[in-house]
Design a protein around this ligand. Structure first.
Ligand code: ADP
Ligand code: MG
Length: 260
């Protein structure tokens, strides 16, 4: 099976020094893509969904955000895209404190992020191509640029042949790849996937993870939330574990990683 997890049991765990000197850290202009500093999020009903969370995601990183249902993964993502504001602490995206953004700056910074969810949120009456193109049309991209951009991302996700089909004529995996293409078409610097494989069977889930790894290799920082910690640990990527709103793990494979 060509798509089995690579290097799942071999190799030496990375030590923190090695992690800090990774090329991805050095290749940045010094700004992390995403940073949370002492972030607490308490919802209006009194529920503390995140408690004193500190983490830094450098440009080019691939991060799995794991934890059981209710741990706070989606809340962390809502803070990162400024759908919610932190109750306490700072959320910093590409050097900008999200709490200090002016309202009119929000759409532009959101376009720096591509996001997909467990439910694909596709427009049922539009073709794959039109679902992806629509994301550019709503931001006023010139028509001459839309066609080539859509073709390019459909190639990346492997859906060129299905471009004329509607979501109802696609498998679940193909629908998620359409959603990924739509999220990619703006050339985001940060790609966030909130349980993108939650509705997919294991083999298709694995293909989606491979696609996210490829997107990361193209230079995009990737943050993927999942409650399936076993699969992701095998990949030897950075894994941040949340439990009851706290970071309880931050490591590559089984090795301690960072954040003191
Ligand atoms: N809008 C909300 N209002 C009140 N409580 C919420 C809201 N959204 C999430 N929660 C609660 O916050 C906690 C974390 O939820 P969530 O971030 O969705 O976790 P996860 O994505 O890891 O399953 C849960 O206890 C959940 O019930
Ligand atoms: Mg969630």
């Amino acid at each position: 099976m060509s798509s089995a997890p690579p290097g799942s049991t071999t190799g030496t765990p990375r030590r923190p020094e090695a992690a800090r000197s990774r090329p991805t850290d050095l290749a940045t202009d010094g700004l992390p893509t995403l940073a949370l500093r002492g972030v607490t999020k308490t919802y209006p009903n009194g529920k503390a969904a995140l408690r004193e969370v500190n983490l830094t995601v450098p440009e080019g990183d691939f991060v799995f955000l794991v934890g059981p249902s209710g741990a706070g993964k989606s809340t962390l993502i809502r803070l990162a895209i400024r759908e919610e504001l932190a109750t306490k602490g700072k959320v910093i995206l590409e050097g900008r404190d999200l709490a200090r953004l002016k309202r009119r700056e929000i759409p532009r910074i959101r376009r720096r992020i591509g996001i997909v969810f467990q439910d694909f949120k596709l427009l049922p009456n539009k073709s794959v191509r039109d679902n992806v193109a629509f994301a550019l049309e709503v931001t006023g991209t010139p028509r001459s640029r839309i066609g080539p951009a859509v073709d390019r991302v459909l190639r990346v996700v492997g859906l060129s042949a299905q471009a004329g089909q509607r979501p109802g004529e696609l498998s679940g995996g193909e629908q998620q790849r359409t959603a990924i293409a739509r999220a990619l078409v703006h050339d985001p610097r940060l790609f966030i996937a909130d349980e993108p494989t939650g509705n997919l069977d294991p083999q298709i889930s694995w293909e989606i993870i491979q696609l996210l790894l490829r997107i990361n290799e193209m230079g995009v920082t990737v943050l993927m939330a999942t409650h399936n910690a076993e699969v992701v640990t095998a990949l030897r990527k950075r894994v941040i574990g949340l439990e009851d709103g706290r970071v309880v793990r931050d490591e590559i494979g089984a090795a301690y990683h960072r954040e003191d």
